[in-house]
Write a new protein. Structure first.
Length: 141
């Protein structure tokens, strides 16, 4: 049995707040998460809701990101730029609430770190040249 069920609400209501919730509770799914970023007002709910099964009933939980110790992950919302477009997405996080980077974000972080290191190396090489030291022929230490 899954520990977490995640429902993403679409333009057409699909029973996320009643029928599906009852089904998952009956199956014993510990966490039921509903992500409804666009139609939450229509559905009279919040854009992000986490429920935990307690004594056979789902109880809405508070906090975002929400930590789920049983799976060792937190989940919450974040504004991210994806494909050049800023948008809200769901992200996994660690126990401290730090979001795990997206693959594209991680690659971008690495590129930025390489760019900074390259600039640092270039500044160091310029300094060595100003001291009449050839940075390409340094003595072995």
């Amino acid at each position: 049995m899954p520990i977490v069920a995640l429902e993403m609400v679409s333009h057409k209501p699909g029973g996320e707040y009643d029928d599906k919730m009852s089904i998952y509770a009956g199956l014993g799914v510990l966490y039921y998460i509903i992500y409804n970023p666009e139609f939450w007002r229509r559905d009279r709910h919040q854009p992000f809701e986490v429920y935990k099964l307690i004594d056979g009933q789902y109880r809405q939980q508070i906090g975002e990101p929400f930590w789920m110790p049983e799976v060792g992950l937190g989940i919450g919302r974040s504004q991210q730029v994806i494909g050049g477009i800023e948008q809200e997405i769901l992200v996994w996080s660690d126990e401290s609430g730090n979001a795990y980077p997206l693959p594209d974000a991680a690659a971008e972080q690495m590129r930025e770190q390489l760019r900074v290191e390259r600039q640092r190396a270039e500044r160091l090489a310029e300094y060595l040249r100003s001291q009449e030291i050839d940075p390409d022929n340094l003595p072995e230490i």
